[in-house]
Ligand binder design. Structure first.
Ligand SMILES: Nc1ncnc2c1ncn2[C@@H]1O[C@H](COP(=O)(O)OP(=O)(O)OP(=O)(O)O)[C@@H](O)[C@H]1O
Length: 518
């Protein structure tokens, strides 16, 4: 039983209808600034029913701002939006739905209960719930987006939750879907099937889809047209059949980008810099044993939800009830204390930049000072803080990582996702730690920034840092790792000792299709 808040009729989006001349999402002359920061200038876009339109742009280019304007969450300073020739206020808004990277589902409720949230006043009876289950099953069968309406959301994989979000939007009557990096957390095999399902929704049901992604191959695989935002303007708009990934990268960042293999030039020294022995966290991590030598980069490959967060928690000193041992340079460290790990030389780039990496309501300068304010040069004699040193440090890191911010005091919560990630990376890398644990370091970063982060990790490996890369991105793993272990359901199920790595074998181990004894 659920007690949703307001009443609305359930309308299942019909399968393909012939589009009229004015159909589609039409944005004309959109402009938007935040203070002096001009984010969008005279942007016009037309997304037609039945097409997949990929929207690209480097971090901070204004993609999310444009999508927030499109869904009516943010008013533009100038310009108009119509959906099938209706303004947003005259019914257009009901035809558009945004599917976020961070899902908006209530984990303790079933799929059907989530569908009914906010859609009827008072208690929902069994009959209504059953009807909704039937409607979901019908829609799932029609669209090929498999889904069990009676399943609790917290029992579903990330890929299944993604499908629930899409089905919910269609169930609400959306004819246009805005998908914000929909593949960011999926296993390699799931990526291809989701992209195929997205294409089917467009081709067979006439849904118009905006696909925001930083993975350029996904654009070629799934989209019909691609638009590139740069400096607040739409600088390119092309049929996908006429572009290459190299051209798209150039359109986005204004230069050539090389994301090739970057394994260690020489054999790693093999010294035991970071060692985990039989590390377990109840219900999450099972007897994980691994070693990372000085000057070596070991990747822990896996899809979110298979123990990566627990591993990150252990190495941050934040896991609940961990067991086993962690040694840094052959010395055991107290894993119940974040400070012991930090003092032992471990630097962590957390996977969730907002809950672990940044305080959104504080400035970039303060965020960059949080792990070094007790020592000089930030701390002065007598325990007082040096404002100048805090500002200088912030200015240096902002310049080194090209963080797009009007001043060092800009609030972290107003940065675009990619630039927020740069601040977190900048803080950790600036300390040049002996052991670097980096979780999903390039998630949400544009190709130019990804190239920069990869090069930076390689530099730190070359100076002798031991790097543990926790990632679900096969390109990242295959390009950077000297060794790969695969984490599935909390256990290491496969190990790959030397590149070049077999992407297919890696992908299937990540998806749990093949368990190889460690
Ligand atoms: N509420 C806000 N207040 C101030 N500035 C903002 C706000 N929202 C966005 N901005 C600024 O607008 C610019 C564009 O941000 P936006 O989030 O639209 O970029 P994006 O293209 O989605 O980037 P990313 O790929 O990093 O997610 C950035 O400079 C950001 O700092």
């Amino acid at each position: 039983m659920v007690t949703p808040a307001s009443t609305s009729r359930i309308t299942i989006a019909p399968a393909t209808e012939l589009p009229g001349a004015d159909d589609g999402v039409v944005m004309q002359g959109i402009a938007r600034s935040f203070g002096d920061n001009i984010v969008l200038r005279d942007v016009s876009l037309h997304i037609r029913p039945g097409e997949v339109y990929a929207l690209l742009g480097e971090n901070g280019a204004g993609k999310s701002t444009l999508m927030r304007i499109l869904t009516g969450l943010l008013p533009p300073d100038a310009g108009t939006v119509t959906v099938d020739d209706r303004s947003l206020d005259a019914g257009g808004r009901d035809r558009i739905a945004m599917v976020h990277q961070h899902f908006m589902l209530v984990p303790s409720m079933t799929v059907a209960e989530n569908f009914l949230l906010g859609r009827s006043r008072g208690v929902v009876g069994r009959g209504r719930l059953r009807r909704t289950c039937d409607e979901i099953s019908t829609l799932a069968a029609e669209t090929g987006l498999a889904c069990n309406p009676a399943a609790r959301v917290d029992t579903l994989s990330v890929g299944e939750q993604q499908r629930v979000e899409i089905l919910r939007a269609l169930h609400l009557g959306a004819r246009y879907l805005l998908l914000d990096e929909p593949t960011a957390n999926l296993a390699p095999a799931e990526v291809h099937s989701l992209l195929a399902q997205i294409r089917d929704l467009a081709v067979e049901r006439g849904v118009g889809i905006v696909l925001i992604t930083h993975h350029l191959e996904e654009v070629l695989e799934a989209a019909d047209r691609v638009g590139v935002l740069r400096g607040g303007r739409l600088v390119a708009e092309k049929p996908v059949a006429e572009v290459t990934t190299a051209e798209l990268a150039r359109d986005m960042v204004g230069r050539d980008v090389g994301l090739g293999i970057r394994r260690a030039a020489s054999e790693p020294s093999g010294g035991r810099m970071l060692e985990l022995v039989g590390v377990s966290v109840p219900g999450k991590l099972d007897e994980v044993t691994l070693r990372v030598g000085a000057g070596q980069l070991v990747a822990v490959a896996g899809v979110e939800g298979n123990g990566q967060s627990a591993l990150e928690d252990v190495l941050s000193g934040l896991a609940a009830d961990p067991s086993g041992a962690v040694r840094i340079a052959d010395k055991e460290v107290d894993i119940s204390s974040p400070r012991s790990l930090r003092d032992a030389g471990v630097g962590i780039v957390p996977s969730d930049r907002y809950t672990r990496g940044l305080v959104k309501s504080l400035g970039i300068d303060t965020n960059l000072a949080v792990d070094s304010y007790t020592t000089p040069p930030l701390a002065r004699r007598g325990g007082r803080l040096s404002r100048n040193a805090i500002r200088d440090r912030a200015e240096r890191i902002i310049a080194a990582l090209s963080v797009k911010a009007s001043s060092p005091r800009t609030l972290a919560g107003t940065l675009s996702g990619g630039h927020a990630q740069r601040v977190v990376l900048g803080r950790v890398l600036d300390g040049a730690p002996d052991v670097l644990v980096v979780a999903q370091p390039t998630r949400g970063l544009d190709v130019g920034a990804t190239e920069f982060v990869w090069d930076t990790l390689v530099e730190h490996r070359a100076r002798g840092a031991a790097i543990l890369l926790i990632s679900s991105d096969l390109d990242e793993i295959c390009s950077l790792a000297d060794r790969v272990v695969v984490l599935y359901r909390g256990r290491i199920v496969a190990e790959f000792d030397k590149g070049p790595f077999d992407r297919e074998a890696l992908g299937s181990a990540m998806g749990g299709f093949q368990e190889v004894a460690a």
